[in-house]
Write a protein that binds this ligand. Structure first.
Ligand code: F6R
Length: 610
């Protein structure tokens, strides 16, 4: 986790670095810091807590200079303190780092024995001392970084500056993400594309085992052993405004409202409405592969795992392929049986989640075909895969994932239609109805947003003091219940559980009493009647029932304490509509409670640790 930024050029760099950190703060917010070279010396300012604490510190101690690096931390090694905040300094060197140095303990022991004064508990400070030691042997900064990294094992994206080489930032990468930005007379680096997006759209996505020297004249990339590399320069089509709040109070609220647009973009050019099909070139799977695979394995964590669970319903029902859903973080703890006849789909917003990346790599090593369903272009999972299918949700900044969830299930539904058509398991009429349904989905999502917002806000006011909330659903509504519970707990800190509605009677029903709101998802689909029975069971035990049902369902209205209505839709499309009021509910409860909605405690958006 952690976010890093760097700048070299002709402008004052501190505001640019702080701006970049603001866009990266979702990666961690335990502390933040800058190191800026003023032409003579390197000056460092660090502060514990959110970025605004660093900004306040900078008011008292402004940093002037046109070369600098900045960091926002999610603590791994060493508690949250100013001493452990980055940048770390040793002699002439200042370093920032995202990742984990695995052999830091033996390196630390060796450096201490040699007389190094190590002041923090971090693995990063070791890098600063190693580079400084090489510089003191007479090496340039670039050579010193190269030599120091030979001793280091683990994951890193680092940026380093040196007192006696004022107009230069040296960066290197292994396993942690790093993007370089090419400007006019200036160069940038950052952990993610949005960090550099306001300044340039021309980027280099660095590969593992590469390093680069950034100056105001440009960027020179080499491998870690010094071989020159001609990097591919990509032009990013995300606009800088996509990474702004655009008048919304929080990124999360903006991103909830962006979902119709995110779905439109994810579908764009991929639907063949004339033939009720998906455009083959757009899906990342050849027709041969679609017909030869014998099983689908979906790998993901967190919200992406809930999307995978929805995807399983789609693939099993439309393509009639055995499908398993794996928590990537657990997949690696088993001797999973996987082989060349499996299609593995790694699902990830960031494309950097370490558990998902490692699980995907294991599956690939065992011969499976690997498709990445990711949002961030050129991310590690995309690069590891045989093919990519991008969700085009745009940058997601709120730590709680919303628009990427619905974009992921749109991707999975398209895949299932494509597989079903190729495998002859999906009839013409159903395929046409699904493709038409997808084409109209963004408008239906807009209708749900405008139609439920006020009501959900008033429900949030009424239930914001609940201690526990249950969410129940059946079929595709079950993963939506899980997602509703996850959203509520991660941003409002209310204990919430999602259950398969049919499981209630096997235990969780004991939890129900008049103080426990029970959100029951009963849209009109093939499971509605059974779910209505579960709703009544919960009601009979005194639970307060908040139902989400299809418009005009009078029975649901009469049996529930509160009712949120969504439009009628094909059952495959209901998850897109059901999840919106649950996202809004979690958002409004959290906002009313005054929690930090976009950066909830203890979390980071991109989880690059195991
Ligand atoms: C929850 C949330 C997380 C992520 C999970 C996987 O709102 O955002 O549970 O879904 O950390 O992240 P990605 O999708 O980037 O692999």
């Amino acid at each position: 986790m952690c976010g890093i930024v760097g700048y070299v050029g002709n402008r004052e760099c501190a505001p640019i670095l702080v701006d970049g950190l603001r866009r990266l703060e979702y990666r961690g917010y335990d502390s933040a810091g800058l190191a800026v070279h003023d032409g003579q010396r390197i000056h460092v300012v660090r502060a514990v807590g959110k970025l605004r604490m660093l900004e306040e510190a900078l008011v008292g101690s402004p940093l002037l200079g046109t070369t600098g690096i900045g960091h926002t931390r999610w603590a791994t090694h060493g508690r949250v303190s100013e001493t452990n905040a980055h940048p770390h300094v040793a002699g002439e060197i200042a370093v920032i780092h995202n990742g984990i140095i695995e052999n830091h303990l033996p390196l630390r022991a060796r450096l201490v024995k040699a007389g190094a004064k190590i002041v923090s508990d971090t693995d990063t400070e070791i890098i600063a001392h190693l580079v400084d030691a090489q510089c003191r042997q007479g090496h340039s900064l670039e050579a010193a970084v190269r030599l120091a990294l030979k001793e280091v094992e683990g994951a890193y994206a680092i940026a380093v500056i040196r007192q006696s080489e004022p107009q230069k930032v040296v960066v290197a990468k292994n396993a942690s993400p790093l993007v370089l930005g090419l400007g006019e007379g200036e160069s940038f680096c950052g952990s993610d594309i949005p960090a550099v997006l306001p300044y340039t759209r021309r980027v280099i996505i660095m590969e593992d085992g590469q390093m680069a020297v950034l100056t105001s004249d440009g960027i020179r990339v080499t491998t870690l052993d010094g071989t020159p590399v001609e990097p591919a320069v990509k032009t990013i089509d995300w606009s800088p405004a996509m990474a702004e709040k655009s008048g919304f109070k929080h990124f999360m609220l903006k991103e909830i409202h962006e979902q119709p647009r995110a779905i439109e973009d994810t579908l764009r050019g991929r639907l063949d409405r004339e033939n009720g099909d998906i455009v083959p070139e757009e899906i990342g799977l050849s027709p041969e592969l679609a017909t030869s695979i014998e099983r689908v394995v979906l790998l993901a964590c967190g919200t992406s795992h809930h999307a995978a669970m929805v995807g399983r319903y789609y693939i099993e029902s439309l393509a009639r392929l055995p499908t398993v859903v794996e928590l990537a973080s657990e997949f690696r703890n088993r001797e999973a049986v996987i082989g060349p006849n499996d299609l593995v789909i790694a699902i990830s917003q960031s494309g950097e989640t370490l558990d998902t990346l490692m699980a995907a790599k294991i599956a690939k090593q065992r011969g499976a075909k690997l498709l990445a369903l990711v949002n961030v272009m050129g991310s590690a999972i995309a690069r590891a895969a045989d093919a990519e299918l991008y969700t085009r949700a745009g940058p997601e900044i709120g730590v709680a994932s919303t628009k990427c969830f619905t974009a992921q299930i749109a991707g999975l539904l398209m895949l299932a239609i494509y597989l079903g058509k190729r495998r002859g398991t999906l009839g013409k009429e159903r395929a046409e109805a699904l493709v038409e349904g997808l084409a109209h989905l963004p408008q239906q999502m807009r209708d749900v947003l405008t139609g439920t917002r006020q009501l959900v806000l008033s429900l949030a006011r009424r239930y914001m003091d609940a201690r526990d909330v249950l969410f129940l659903g059946r079929g595709t509504s079950y993963p939506i219940a899980l997602e509703g519970a996850l959203k509520l707990k991660e941003i409002s800190y209310i204990h919430a559980e999602g259950y398969a509605a049919g499981e209630m009677k096997h235990g969780p029903i004991a939890l129900i009493d008049p103080n426990v709101p029970v959100v029951v998802l009963v849209p009109r689909d093939e499971h509605r009647d059974k779910s209505m029975s579960n709703l009544q069971e919960a009601k009979a035990r005194g639970g307060r029932i908040l139902a989400v049902a299809t418009e005009g369902d009078e029975e649901a209205r009469s049996l529930s304490d509160e009712l949120v209505e969504i439009p009628a839709a094909l059952s495959e499309l209901l998850p897109f509509l059901l999840v919106i009021p649950l996202q809004l509910f979690a958002y409004y409860v959290a906002d009313l409670k005054g929690t930090d909605v976009d950066q909830p405690r203890n979390l980071a958006k991109t989880v690059t640790v195991e």
